[in-house]
Design a protein around this ligand. Structure first.
Ligand SMILES: [Zn+2]
Ligand SMILES: [Zn+2]
Length: 677
């Protein structure tokens, strides 16, 4: 029996028994406790908790679920998946144990046609009621096993609704078993397949652990579609059912050599299916939350691909295969498939670059450790691999583990936490989104754009051309109303964040559309990327565009920046040349001074600094900019504060004879424009 047919029969079986069919809810539900829908009952939680009125007292669904808590195991066994479909029937204060068991039996034996004598049952040790029901149905006592709380008692939390459950097992036969004496349903050998779990929500547990009966009792059941299909199709491995077969066949055609085991091919099939659904639902790779899960799954699949000799991006080619296989049950996949493939490809390209660089370094570390007969990679090395080279922690652990080498996760994570705290302090507005975008777009962007010219010192507007458009991190042809994206221009007046000065904001428009510029970053030598939100119309790649910097804001920033230079000079004059600015951030509404000596200034020193500063402003000194080599600038006494790469010529900004600094930022033309501080 095909997977599709099992799904259809399940729904219609319960529909005939007055259940209302519910479509599969999204994988990402608005549930603060869960990143993903992990079971069929999750979308119905508000009904079970009495927070919402259900559309009917009897519901049935085939729900897509995603679990990643044991991602490492996916591929190692025939039955582990990230994404799977769960068939379930639900009673909300309506029928209870008797009907649930009776219908379970009927469906398994009559609809699916499984032999009754192959069915085994487990129940909770104290649940005599359910024992009696199964015996009345005709199951011999010898095939009803009583188990403890760990196996057959369900609860979602310490406190709240809970209850016993009962499981329906299928016996493949002794030949599939481990032949151990204690081999019985629940043994992890291939003999026993847990088909269906029926949960009886009949109690509520209070803080002291005491159970009381719920006024209205509920039923929640879950049957894994993939493993049920494996039983009905007479295969031991879910990945050999028709639910996976076309994906596996597609993959085997790509691989030239026969793989040693099924680990990699199973994992790739599973992950590709999960990715197609996740991205198809609009959950894209990123470094946080759900997006990070997507990224992890994709990277794991990529890595198995490499092991199978697939050195180039390949996953994206499988998206149409998955779509074709699943689209008549999940029609939304068809609409999304091109975007999904495009994003997967960009992410693969990016990861392969990261991977090959990180692998070389890690292999070097492992080689050295082995030579020294050591077994632990120093946490600082693991951290560096992650932080500097973007090499995933779990990958380091996995690869090192294969060589018998450990990492110290706790110590490494401490380093990571510290790093994140630093990062939070540096966080500014849209910047995080920008960083994520960069990593996804690098390779393809570099091919398209050699460099973009910054003309913002001379002018606040520029007539230019739209060289590239990025949408969710990948190249796109256009941006339309309300969309967010990023633009690269042939030349731009927008100052990209750097040298302690924030980015400009403003607008980029064409004859047909207008976008608001939120942030500007220099992502690669010479490439300036504008993060934008569409205000109206449409922008297309290749069009003539007008770039306009918000003048008022730029001017406020310039006031702050020129003032910072004056302050720096004043501090040096009063406190001596050892003053070093440890970082200042210039933005439009404040000057944030962060001088190494600043906190130790006495009141009298502070007032001397302030009056010197005001004197220089009152004198209305001219601000002049000259370009020269860095060595020459230093020789003339210019201060170079930011330890950034200064290549070729640098800009030296002079305010009268009072201040001289190497600086790429934007300034006023006279000190008097600052206004008194
Ligand atoms: Zn066994
Ligand atoms: Zn400066």
């Amino acid at each position: 029996m095909r997977g599709d047919e099992i799904r259809a029969r399940f729904l219609s079986f319960f529909k005939k028994r007055n259940h209302l069919i519910q479509p599969s809810a999204p994988l990402s539900l608005d549930d603060p406790a869960l990143l993903f829908t992990i079971a069929g009952m999750v979308p119905f939680k508000p009904f079970f908790l009495g927070q919402k009125k259900p559309p009917a007292a009897r519901l049935v669904s085939c729900q897509l679920c995603l679990r990643t808590n044991d991602l490492d195991r996916v591929g190692k066994t025939p039955h582990h998946h990230t994404l799977f479909e769960m068939l379930g029937n639900f009673s909300l204060g309506d029928y209870f144990k008797e009907e649930a068991c009776q219908w379970g039996w009927e469906f398994v034996t009559e609809e699916l046609g499984l032999e009754g004598k192959r069915i085994w049952i487990t129940i909770f040790q104290d649940d005599d009621e359910t024992d009696l029901i199964w015996r009345k149905i005709g199951i011999p006592s010898s095939k009803i096993l009583r188990k403890g709380e760990a196996d057959n008692f369900w609860s979602s939390a310490e406190v709240g609704p809970c209850g016993p459950d009962t499981e329906i097992f299928f016996d493949r036969g002794e030949d599939f078993g481990c032949r151990r004496k204690d081999c019985q349903p629940g043994c992890d050998c291939s003999r026993w397949v847990e088909l269906w779990n029926l949960v009886f929500m009949q109690f509520s547990r209070d803080e002291e652990g005491k159970l009381s009966s719920l006024p209205s009792k509920n039923i929640d059941t879950g049957m894994g579609l993939e493993r049920t299909a494996s039983v009905l199709q007479g295969v031991e491995d879910d990945y050999e059912t028709d639910l996976f077969r076309p994906i596996l066949e597609w993959l085997m055609k790509l691989i030239t050599e026969a793989p040693e085991d099924k680990l990699g091919t199973r994992a790739i099939c599973d992950h590709l299916r999960a990715l197609t659904f996740l991205l198809g639902e609009g959950i894209f790779p990123s470094n946080v939350g759900r997006g990070y899960v997507v990224r992890r799954i994709l990277r794991r699949a990529c890595r198995f691909g490499r092991r199978l000799g697939l050195q180039e991006p390949f996953l994206y080619q499988g998206v149409p295969v998955v779509t074709k296989l699943m689209e008549h049950s999940y029609p939304h996949l068809a609409k999304a498939k091109e975007d999904v493939a495009r994003i997967i490809r960009a992410e693969e390209e990016n990861f392969l670059t990261t991977l090959s660089r990180g692998m070389r370094i890690l292999e070097g570390i492992i080689y050295e450790l082995k030579r020294k007969k050591k077994e632990l990679i120093p946490p600082s090395e693991v951290f560096k691999l992650y932080d500097t080279y973007g090499f995933p922690l779990d990958l380091t652990e996995e690869i090192a583990g294969e060589e018998g080498i450990r990492i110290d996760r706790n110590l490494t994570e401490e380093l990571l936490t510290k790093q994140r705290e630093r990062g939070r302090k540096e966080f500014r507005g849209q910047r995080i989104g920008m960083r994520e975008m960069e990593t996804a777009s690098f390779p393809s962007l570099k091919e398209k754009v050699a460099r973009s010219e910054f003309v913002g010192h001379e002018s606040l507007t520029a007539k230019t051309r739209l060289l590239a458009i990025l949408k969710i991190g990948v190249l796109a042809d256009q941006l339309t109303k309300q969309e967010d994206g990023a633009l690269v221009l042939a030349s731009t007046p927008f100052y990209p964040e750097g040298g302690g000065q924030v980015a400009d904001q403003g607008r980029i428009s064409t004859s047909r559309g207008v976008a608001q510029v939120l942030d500007v970053q220099r992502v690669e030598d010479g490439i300036i990327v504008h993060q934008v939100r569409m205000l109206k119309g449409i922008l297309r790649q290749g069009e003539e565009a007008l770039a306009q910097v918000n003048e008022e804001r730029r001017r406020a920033i310039a006031r702050a920046h020129t003032a910072t230079h004056l302050l720096q000079a004043a501090l040096r004059e009063i406190l001596g040349k050892t003053v070093k600015q440890s970082g200042s951030l210039v933005d439009e509404d404040r000057l944030r001074f962060d001088f190494t000596h600043f906190s130790s200034l006495s009141e009298s020193e502070k007032s001397r600094v302030a009056s010197l500063l005001n004197e220089k402003i009152r004198k209305d000194l001219p601000v002049r900019v000259k370009e020269m080599g860095l060595a020459q600038a230093r020789a003339r006494g210019a201060i170079a504060l930011f330890e950034e790469k200064y290549e070729g010529t640098v800009r030296v900004v002079k305010v009268g004879k009072f201040s001289m600094e190497v600086c790429a930022g934007t300034h006023l033309s006279r000190s008097g424009e600052i206004g008194l501080l």
